[in-house]
Design a protein around this ligand. Structure first.
Ligand SMILES: [Mg+2]
Length: 417
């Protein structure tokens, strides 16, 4: 176990479950586009930008979202109400309405009573490829009030420069030569509640708060050199229409659970009966790092048969997620089917299009996520798994023992060559 604790979040801290998103900007640089629509709700590839952003954040175990809104907050509220259904997952999306022109620091100040002990914060008009578990781990280092995702650029352009020495941010936001290379703020942060004591009722996080925290040595930085896009100006908003959908379209690794991630011992529904397959956690991490979506699709007729309860199942998956975090890994989404045509009790006794070999769970995941179906693979240990994949048009492999990471590593290598 010692080895497993070397990365990811230290196990003595509860995982960050809250994301706060700054949605209050007027978007005046976008002209008529934002005359009646808040910038985060502008459509990108047919969906509000904010929907794509929240879907992405939800991959890292965040279940509660707090949207800080001002301009046309009625639209943000209507969006928030619809979102859990659109994404098909158990998330809570709340809206806090900030006073006019409070600024980003002011918006947080006015929502201070609603912030968790540790939370992620996002600009609502940019998208950065960042491993939130790595960012969360940076916040855990001593003396840190915040951890910032930083993007290297060839030319600073309209952005202020951030200086990083080792893990420590030593200067934030100074204006630099627009043509010079450097690190810029990626608009993705992890903060502890200690930030609240530094917030003014009106003001800017970037201009009035972060420079002082950097001077005090209270900020850590994580360099993220992957995808970055800020929709704040018209030419970048236009670019987003093709680049954002291309960025989110990825292969998926669909994993059956029992017999693939954990030893098959019949109706595993509680933590005491769960035992990892060798190399399973490492396999998930490999796929995460390669940019694949990782989904669990699992028949759970044990639930419908009354062998264990929904809360047992949820506890077990919290345990699975916590174990995965110790190797810096995460499951992006999960579908399960509690029904069984004969064995189910009461409402659980029925045919269901989600129960493998039916393809419903895979199809629902592909409704929500922009999966590159042709490049995707399902791993299962039974013919019903392979049949479900075939019906969903996804290639499959049977797992028949050994180390799962060896199998996955081979698949990932084949696909990237
Ligand atoms: Mg199985």
């Amino acid at each position: 176990m010692a080895l497993l604790k070397s990365s990811g979040t230290p196990s003595d801290l509860a995982p960050i479950r809250q994301a706060v998103i700054l949605c209050g900007g007027l978007g005046s640089r976008l002209g008529s586009l934002t005359k009646d629509t808040p910038k985060p709700l502008l459509p990108v590839d047919g969906a509000p930008f904010l929907q794509l952003q929240i879907r992405d954040i939800s991959r890292y175990g965040v279940t509660r979202f707090l949207l800080l809104a001002a301009f046309r907050s009625d639209q943000i509220e209507a969006f928030a109400a619809d979102l859990p259904g659109l994404l098909g997952r158990d998330i809570k999306v709340d809206v806090a309405i900030e006073p006019d022109r409070a600024g980003t620091a002011g918006a947080l100040y006015h929502a201070r009573d609603r912030l968790d002990d540790r939370f992620f914060l996002f600009n609502g008009d940019s998208l950065l490829q960042a491993d939130l578990l790595d960012l969360e781990a940076k916040l855990a280092s001593s003396g840190a009030v915040g951890a910032l995702a930083l993007r290297p650029v060839d030319a600073l352009g309209r952005y202020g420069v951030v200086r990083l020495e080792g893990e420590q941010v030593t200067a934030f936001g100074a204006s630099g030569d627009p043509k010079a290379p450097g690190l810029i703020n990626g608009g993705v942060y992890a903060f502890s509640r200690a930030l609240v004591d530094r917030l003014p009722p009106t003001g800017s996080l970037e201009a009035d708060v972060l420079p002082h925290l950097a001077d005090e040595g209270a900020l850590r930085g994580l360099v993220c050199d992957g995808f970055f896009l800020d929709i704040g100006v018209p030419e970048d908003f236009a670019r987003a229409q093709t680049e954002v959908p291309a960025y989110f379209r990825r292969p998926a690794l669909f994993l059956d659970r029992d017999g693939v991630l954990n030893e098959e011992s019949g109706y595993v529904g509680t933590v005491d009966r769960f035992q990892w397959i060798e190399g399973a956690r490492e396999a998930v991490k490999l796929a995460n790092d390669r940019g694949w979506y990782v989904f669990i699709v699992t028949n759970q007729s044990g639930l419908g048969r009354g062998l264990y309860s929904l809360s047992d199942f949820q506890d077990l998956h919290a345990h699975i997620d916590a174990d995965l975090r110790r190797v810096g890994a995460h499951i992006d989404d999960l579908r399960f089917c509690p029904h069984h045509p004969e064995g189910g009790v009461g409402v659980f006794q029925r045919d269901c299009g989600w129960r493998k070999p039916e393809p419903g769970m895979l199809l629902d995941l592909m409704r929500v996520w922009p999966v590159d179906r042709e490049a995707s693979v399902l791993i299962g240990d039974k013919s019903s798994d392979l049949e479900a994949a075939e019906r969903a048009g996804v290639e499959s492999r049977r797992f028949s023992g050994g180390r799962l990471d060896a199998v996955i590593s081979q698949i990932l290598d084949e696909r990237s060559s």
